[in-house]
Design a protein around this ligand. Structure first.
Ligand SMILES: [Ca+2]
Ligand SMILES: [Ca+2]
Length: 497
């Protein structure tokens, strides 16, 4: 039975050879750059984050960027497509943040949705007039990783926010985490829900569906009276049983589809990692193509295929950037988006020069010189020092503008494996972080004061004069490079000892 269905599926795929496509199967970066609407500029690495072709019309293809810009072309299989920017347009100024999702369906292509990364307002927008005007939606949750429109009913949206799937039956007015009567009627396992839908751009009858529990389904004719859903992920499948965040399908370059998916991880499990999977044989066998060139802790939002250069793939991941592969995912070139973030640490000695007593009192502020709000939960700071005599330590918040309870800490010894060896001026650091409820540092704003204090539980003295992060100051805060700041574990300010 299963075998028969598979045969039907593969034979059912009609190859629409596109003129010039064969010659384009071994492209170099230069040609890909020519095809893309914006060439990545050195240093300011705004890069394609996602490509989405209109279901039923491969030529009409949308390209989203890590800077938040979105372009459309009507001739996507031309080596030099003509691109029009559809977002932002006019005098609209927007925060620079990565496009994580673009979605529409074949029934009503005037309805177009764009999702952006980040917790700030406006991370989900829609147009209902083909892009002339844009409406900010009320998202079900911050940090949207992807969005799909149901191919059989443009009222129904699926959105992935972090590791949760939300569904709306009224174009985003209200959201739920379940749907009782999805028009697909896929026989999902109990408790599972559709997370992402890929409707093929040249045949709107063919659909691939990923689910929250890591299952992959396909149907060759969703408009049949009794559509047959084939489950690609069988018991032997190596794809993790976790949230599928995106699916990309290439059925042009051979008669057997090439499938790519991104797989998420549960926010509750600190050891799980996202992964990228490829099946060049139509879904029978899968390989993990999450190589070392992609940050291990990246949270993948999307994978997409260039409709002209079919070996060229794009992925984007929350807070880290984008990556492009020109060899079907075997190797990746990273385009980090750190240019979005411009943060500085300011410091004063809260101990007022008392460098030989039982307290260290770093007073700190994080200044945000970016054009966007930065969630505090994405930031950590390290205050580097020598402990001078060994003892357990205690941390206190004397005052925090954002609220004392939102400040978190841990003491990390550089003598303990797997931490690195002690440095000049530091055999410990105090790591300061912030809870999910801590809010944001507004654009061009500040965290406000963080008056921190720590001591040894045996109350023995520190000597601060030999501490890397200690600096003699007056009452005003001063910029310091010796307290280091990390954005999603990437060093973005200061110099480590
Ligand atoms: Ca002191
Ligand atoms: Ca010391």
């Amino acid at each position: 039975m299963k075998k028969m269905i598979k045969t039907v599926m593969f034979c059912g795929i009609v190859l629409l050879w596109i003129p010039g496509l064969l010659g384009a199967l071994d492209p170099g970066i230069q040609q890909v750059d020519d095809w893309e609407p914006m060439i990545p500029a050195g240093g300011d690495a705004s890069m394609l984050s996602i490509i989405v072709s209109t279901p039923g019309n491969l030529q009409k293809t949308f390209a989203g960027y890590s800077s938040g810009e979105v372009y459309v072309t009507e001739n996507a299989t031309d080596p030099y497509p003509a691109w029009t920017k559809i977002y932002p347009v006019g005098n609209v100024t927007v925060q620079k943040r990565m496009v994580t999702g673009i979605a529409m369906n074949a029934l009503n292509s005037s309805y177009l949705y764009i999702s952006f990364e980040g917790d700030a307002a406006g991370n989900l927008i829609k147009t209902e007039d083909g892009g002339r005007t844009w409406i900010t939606m009320r998202p079900p949750s911050p940090d949207i990783r992807g969005i799909s429109v149901h191919p059989l009913n443009p009222e129904i949206l699926y959105v992935i926010a972090k590791d949760t799937v939300f569904v709306s039956k009224n174009r985003g007015k209200t959201w739920s985490t379940s749907i009782a009567d999805d028009p697909f009627q896929i026989p999902l396992e109990t408790g599972d829900i559709i997370s992402t839908i890929e409707q093929l751009p040249y045949d709107t009858n063919k659909v691939f569906v990923g689910t929250k529990n890591g299952q992959l389904y396909t149907c060759a004719d969703i408009n049949a009276e009794e559509p047959y859903w084939y489950r690609i992920t069988n018991a032997a499948s190596t794809i993790p049983k976790r949230l599928i965040t995106a699916i990309a399908v290439d059925t042009h370059s051979s008669s057997i589809p090439k499938l790519y998916i991104t797989s998420g991880h549960r926010e509750t499990d600190p050891f799980e990692r996202d992964s990228i999977w490829r099946s060049l044989g139509g879904g029978v066998e899968w390989e993990n193509i999450h190589t070392d060139s992609i940050p291990a802790e990246s949270q993948l939002c999307s994978i997409s295929i260039n409709p002209y250069y079919l070996n060229t793939l794009y992925i984007c991941f929350r807070n880290q950037g984008t990556a492009r592969s020109i060899d079907r995912g075997s190797t990746w070139t990273l385009f980090p988006t750190n240019f979005l973030i411009n943060l500085k640490v300011r410091y004063r000695d809260g101990g007022y020069g008392m460098t030989l007593d039982n307290h260290i009192k770093p007073h700190l502020q994080i200044k945000n010189e970016s054009a966007q709000d930065i969630p505090l939960s994405e930031l950590t700071m390290k205050y580097w020092y020598t402990i001078d005599s060994s003892s357990p330590q205690q941390f206190w918040v004397d005052y925090a503008y954002i609220g004392n309870n939102y400040v978190q800490s841990s003491f990390v010894s550089l003598n303990n494996s797997p931490a690195p060896e002690p440095k000049e001026g530091a055999d410990y650091y105090l790591e300061v972080s912030f809870s999910d409820e801590a809010g944001v540092i507004p654009a061009e704003g500040s965290s406000g004061e963080l008056q921190l204090r720590f001591n040894k539980s045996d109350w023995s003295n520190y000597n601060e004069t030999d501490d890397y992060s200690y600096m003699e100051t007056g009452f005003p805060y001063e910029e310091t490079q010796h307290v280091t700041l990390y954005w999603n574990d990437v060093l973005i300010w200061g110099i480590e000892p």
